[in-house]
Design a protein around this ligand. Structure first.
Ligand SMILES: Cc1cc2nc3c(=O)[nH]c(=O)nc-3n(C[C@H](O)[C@H](O)[C@H](O)COP(=O)(O)OP(=O)(O)OC[C@H]3O[C@@H](n4cnc5c(N)ncnc54)[C@H](O)[C@@H]3O)c2cc1C
Length: 344
């Protein structure tokens, strides 16, 4: 038998950051991931945005989670020798006078710097109401996830297979899965958790997002450009363009309907032609209260969950993984807002 402290199911951003935090704390982990091609983390743009929604409200806990995330991603970048975090301007094109007014009100409170005096991208973007600049960042998930996977593999801490929950042998003290015996198993399996019998009472509101990869000749920028659609640089003139939010969906595959909607938004943003190179879709693991779902099962303490990262996996995961690790070590109490007990 292989003896470990933790089995982690899933290596999206949740499983990546939790296995990192536990490894940093000196714990022995095995991560089991079935490499779903269109998992949320493999399709996401990795944006970290300090503000939420149309009213430019500060994102939840941003002042705490962002510095922590920045520091953690830099440490991972050094260890794994891949670029992870890139700080970027978020160029918010106002779609209406109302949005501009909402921003100006916030800017008057001293919360944000006002609009740039000189609008850039005038030849390329349709921005009659101007744009506001906020400082954001992106996490390079396309390199971070495979690099961490390779690192785990080199430590003998990765299994590339699907975990069959029905085959788990669980009691309050330990978990056995195939040849692995662990003190605990933590599910970081994203939207798949909706079918997990241990966490049936959790009220997930998963939502599907679709994305286009587009080439925009002449648009050279490191900025994230946001209107009703968001462009995130992926390479010379190549952009991730998304994404939609659909709660009522039949599967997790791209659809013609969303492509049409995304293209309409693109045409409202761009004054220049573009070509679509690919279309992707994935489902976000969101809870009904938009807060992470973290903790151990109240009746089976060898089974835990680290999930519900919703639209903000990249900003929330580093801090929440470190917090959960401290809780697992008995050094902290789980924040009530994220404690999975609220569902039991
Ligand atoms: C279109 C779109 C755009 C997004 N953009 C952003 C963004 O810009 N910024 C941001 O912060 N967030 C963004 N998000 C949200 C972000 O993707 C999620 O918050 C995050 O990816 C959730 O990560 P996760 O690890 O919980 O789940 P996932 O990424 O879904 O990972 C779950 C993993 O578990 C594995 N798995 C599942 N079941 C099993 C099993 N039984 N056995 C083995 N392995 C299993 C899967 O293969 C997968 O690798 C976006 C999401 C979408 C869909």
């Amino acid at each position: 038998m292989v003896n470990v402290d933790y089995i982690i199911v899933g290596q999206g951003i949740a499983g990546t950051m939790l296995s990192w935090a536990l490894w940093q704390a000196g714990k022995k982990v095995i991560v089991i991931d079935d490499a779903k091609e269109n998992s949320a983390s493999r399709v996401a743009a990795g944006i970290i945005n300090p503000v939420s929604g149309r009213r430019f409200e500060p994102a939840w806990m941003y002042d705490t989670i962002y510095p922590f995330a920045k520091d953690t991603y830099h440490q991972m970048s050094e260890l794994l020798q891949v670029p992870v975090l890139t700080e970027r301007r978020l160029w918010n094109v106002f779609p209406s006078q109302q949005m501009r007014d909402a921003f100006m009100k916030k800017a008057a409170d001293g919360k944000y710097t006002a609009l740039p005096e000189q609008l850039e991208y005038e030849e390329l973007l349709d921005q009659p109401y101007g744009a506001a600049v906020v400082q954001g960042a992106t996490v390079n998930l396309r390199e971070l996830l495979p690099a961490w996977r390779k690192f785990l593999q080199a430590q003998g801490a990765l299994r590339e297979t699907h975990v069959d929950i029905a085959a788990l042998d669980v009691n309050a003290e330990r978990v056995i899965y195939e040849d692995i015996i662990a003190q605990k198993i933590i599910f970081c399996d994203g939207v798949a958790t909706t079918g997990n019998p241990w966490f049936r009472t959790l009220t997930f509101l998963p939502n599907k997002g679709e994305v286009l990869l587009v080439r925009v000749p002449g648009l050279h920028t490191d900025d994230i450009i946001k209107k009703s659609i968001t462009l995130v640089p992926q390479g010379p003139e190549l952009f991730w363009a998304g994404s939609s939010f659909v709660w009522d969906y039949v599967d997790d595959l791209p659809t013609d309907k969303q492509r049409e909607i995304l293209e309409k938004s693109l045409q409202q943003l761009l004054k220049v032609p573009y070509t679509v190179e690919a279309q992707l879709a994935a489902v976000r693991p969101s809870g009904n209260d938009r807060r992470p779902m973290i903790g151990l099962h109240p009746e089976m303490p060898s089974v835990g969950i680290f999930n519900g990262l919703g639209t903000k996996g990249c900003s929330l995961a580093p801090y929440m993984a470190a917090h959960f690790t401290a809780v697992l070590q008995g050094d902290a109490q789980l924040m009530p807002e994220v404690n999975v007990n609220r569902y039991f």
